[in-house]
Design a protein around this ligand. Sequence first.
Ligand SMILES: N[C@H](CCC[C@H](N)C(=O)O)C(=O)O
Length: 287
Amino acid sequence: MRLHFTKMEGLGNDYVYVNCFKEKVEHPSELAVRVSDRHFGIGSDGLILIKPSEVADFKMDMYNADGTQSEMCGNGIRCVGKYVYDYGLTDKTSVSIETLAGIKYLEFTFGDEEKNGRKTVELVRVNMGAPILAPEDVPVDLPDAGDIVQDYPIMVAGKEYRITCVSMGNPHCVSFVDDVDNFPLEEVGPLFENNPIFPRRVNAEFVELVSPTYAKMRVWERGTGETLACGTGTCATAVACILNGKTEDEVTVKLLGGELIIRWDRDANIIYMTGPAKVVFDGEIEV
Ligand SMILES: N[C@H](CCC[C@H](N)C(=O)O)C(=O)O
């Protein structure tokens, strides 16, 4: 069967997108593993399905490269927003997207590029909702941590890390390091991802503070490994920076793939993420 897809990326965090208004995907986990392979498949960090929704304008299902499903995907949802507008599924300049982490609300900013006679989406601002901090909701099993795991010391491979755990619908563990560019992520990332204190595994972010409004971050993603960017992980990073008094309530985070601007509206307790979304190519594959 021929499957039509669109390859898109948000700061280099690249997924294969399938428009399920037109295409039928019966085994998404298996398809995610197949298409993600960068040698025998299309090559991506995972698979994202764009579907109808009964409670929002659209629905996003996201699968990691190992076939596991995640509750939410920040770079992915920006690309879903771009897709549904640029490919003519909607004329709305702000849309709601149903996810396993609840309904997210997106607003589009347009660039000069045109498709089908109208401007295309260049930047997307996402209302990512409230950060989730209760350990049992992240989830993270640290009974003596109290009502939040913040600046909490754990030993990994003989070294102490002070972690702050945040869920954006999916679990994140944020640690501050002195030199993120030279951090041994390949070695340490999996030890966090599969650490027994995380019953559903975890996305692990390692952050170097540059100033009260700027940080650098690398991420080891649950089910995928190091990616060039992670939207939900960047939101978790900003929350950890702010909670630990290291930055202001608006933070620019530099990732390998580029920058994201995160603002935590403390009065409304809402995290806003603003960043780009791009189409790489359209294609079809025999499945
Ligand atoms: N890259 C995604 C996060 C994927 C998270 C996934 N690895 C998980 O299992 O939670 C993002 O931009 O938010």
